[in-house]
Design a protein around this ligand. Structure first.
Ligand code: SAH
Ligand code: SF4
Ligand code: F3S
Length: 439
């Protein structure tokens, strides 16, 4: 069996895409390996969101080049492919910039991989690029297979919001929603092959409006009710939500659907209305707080997480203080924070008042410290409580690791085989990054 290695960079959508690429390449006999040294086929699934992400591609390709050279001396061929958002952003330029790459596929065309690989094997040396494809890729992919107890399922792709800093509308294109029946079938396949928790993915998952059997657009809340009927599916999650796209039906669903987990990723980006406006985010801090309040009314235990960008062009000390203030107000359970990175082709990259790197670094450190304090306090508030934990892996230290309903990592020592089980654990200890539980 030829071996396939995929290095996945970027967001959960890329993680999902990598599993689907592996599913597609199974048709040609490729088997996934986590040892890149033995791989006949090496893929990097790239991310274009920040400059750093794109820089990583060069260093990883350098490593792939060494592997290819060593294997060549052993008389073995190695195929190197680049997939993901960098390919979409660079277009044909991608082959000139990365001479070592044999095949490049954008996020909308990876279903063409088996055909591209077959062509490459037939005419070695011919370098191939596939970008936006007119075919709907989901119609061409084989059945999905769960790789463990938790699975991602992409229901929506692309973005029409055009935040002034972001490349996603250019790399993933405009919004597309998969039909309800497609999503339901894939969820069933994932459950049939071992998934007990599914996370629905979309760049703006709340905008999902896939057609039902009658060809009428349905809503995310309706999808939650539909998927909740799947026996064997124990937990349902969704990400990422654009704050003001959350409907009252989605809020209601949190009240009435026990399978829908009490956790929401609700990126605010900044706590300053002036910066939010410059970012072309269509809400104010108070609009955001209104959404938070409604969610908390529906589920008082709702855990909220967010993304933050510091050092957006024009961000003053006062704007940054406003961000710290919102962090204290919401007391986030988890968060991701980044230094603003000017991306080619985005309106914000042309703004004059770019913030010096040193200030960005300083603000990020202050923000992350504050976020961690809240995360730690949040986790510690569970000490003494009992939580149902889905165990997903055994760590190198022999402990079981899993997730609480609030997406906290939970460790437990147990002689039992807990893989894929949801077990009630009493929380005995907590740090900013994880909880310790006992059976
Ligand atoms: N659709 C999601 C986010 C997708 S990108 C949303 O609207 O919230 C993931 C995160 O990367 C964003 O939330 C943002 O915080 C960050 N990000 C996007 N572009 C960035 C840039 N140019 N510089 C720094 N961070 C960025
Ligand atoms: Fe990017 Fe904004 Fe779309 Fe999120 S909503 S993907 S940040 S453009
Ligand atoms: Fe990166 Fe593309 Fe995701 S740019 S964050 S991999 S949508």
């Amino acid at each position: 069996m030829p071996k396939l290695f995929i290095n996945t960079m970027g967001c959960q959508m890329n993680v999902y895409d990598s599993t689907r690429m592996a599913d597609a390449l199974k048709v040609l006999g490729y088997e996934l390996t986590d040892n890149q040294e033995e791989a006949d086929f090496l893929i990097i699934n790239t991310c274009h969101i920040r400059e750093k992400a794109t820089d990583k591609v060069f260093s990883e390709l350098g490593r792939f080049g060494q592997i290819k050279e060593r294997r060549q001396k052993e008389g073995k061929d190695t195929l190197i492919a680049l997939a993901g958002c960098v390919v979409q952003a660079l277009g044909d330029e991608v082959l000139r910039r990365y001479p070592i790459v044999d095949i490049a596929v954008g996020p909308q065309s990876y279903h063409e991989l088996p055909e591209l690989v077959t062509r490459w094997l037939r005419h070695k040396g011919q370098r191939l690029v596939a970008q936006f494809s007119s075919d709907a890729k989901f119609d061409h992919l084989p059945k999905a297979q769960a790789k463990g107890p938790t699975a991602f399922l992409a229901i929506q792709e692309g973005c029409d919001h055009f935040c002034s800093y972001c490349v996603v509308p250019y790399t993933r294109g405009c919004e597309y929603s998969r039909p309800l029946e497609d999503v339901r079938q894939e969820a069933q396949q994932l459950v049939d092959t071992g998934a007990v928790e599914i996370t629905l993915l979309g760049q703006n998952v709340d905008c999902w409006h896939g057609k039902d059997k009658k060809g009428q657009p349905s809503t995310l809340a309706e999808l939650f009710y539909e998927l909740s009927k799947i026996e064997g599916l124990k937990r349902l999650r969704y990400t990422t939500s654009y704050p003001t796209d959350i409907t009252k039906e989605v809020v209601e669903a949190h009240k009435s659907l026990p399978k829908l987990m009490p956790y929401i990723h609700l990126p605010i980006q900044s706590g300053s209305d002036a910066i939010l406006k410059a970012m072309n985010r269509h809400y104010t801090v108070e609009d955001y707080m209104c959404v938070v309040q409604k969610l908390k009314e529906a589920r008082p235990d709702m855990a909220i997480s967010s993304d933050f960008i510091v050092g957006f062009p024009g961000e003053t000390d006062k704007d940054f203080e406003d961000t710290l203030a919102i962090v204290d107000r919401v007391a986030y359970a988890q968060s991701f924070s980044f230094k603003y990175s000017a991306r080619p082709g985005t309106p914000a990259s042309l703004l004059r008042d770019q913030i010096p790197e040193a200030i960005k670094t300083e603000r990020l450190a202050i923000l992350q410290k504050r976020l961690l304090q809240h995360q730690k306090a949040y986790n510690k508030s569970y000490i003494g409580k009992t939580l149902p934990v889905l165990l997903t892996e055994k760590t190198k230290k022999g402990q079981w690791l899993g997730y609480s309903p609030y997406l906290q990592n939970v460790h437990v020592e147990s002689p039992d085989d807990l893989y894929g089980k949801i077990v009630d654990l009493r929380i005995t200890d907590a740090t900013a990054s994880s909880l310790t539980g006992q059976q």
